[in-house]
Design a binder for this molecule. Sequence first.
Ligand SMILES: [Zn+2]
Ligand SMILES: [Zn+2]
Length: 150
Amino acid sequence: MLESVLLVVGTLLGLVGMEVFGWFIHKYLMHGPLWFIHRTHHRPSGKGPEWNDLFSLLFGGMGMGFLWWGLEDRPLVLGTGVGICLYGALYFIMHDGWVHRRWRVPMRSRFPYIEAMIRAHRAHHVSLKAKPSESYGLLWFPSKFLIKKP
Ligand SMILES: [Zn+2]
Ligand SMILES: [Zn+2]
């Protein structure tokens, strides 16, 4: 029983943790010293691979590391690994599919939250320079984007 609770808590930790960690890395590293890599995502050359995709390898590796470490009877760590991987899958669908259309997601939700998430991330992409920009998170964004401008 305790194991299942720890697994669920870990999964939530992984999910929420990645949004916070991702926001931090995006705002302070990608739009800071690592801009030379991240800029390939702000000026995408097409639908092919971008240098910025290297970050996905980093985050994916992190998720796999947690899973690997958690397999040895560490349900909280294992759950965190599951959460990180789930976040990665969500990111791939929402960011790469719905926002940037790098691949065709079969279903596109018209749910207001999804629409607002897309508006918020598009606003982030308005800037072609490292600073200033806004809305560095993906799932969590300023509430002003919930209101659809006519
Ligand atoms: Zn950015
Ligand atoms: Zn983007």
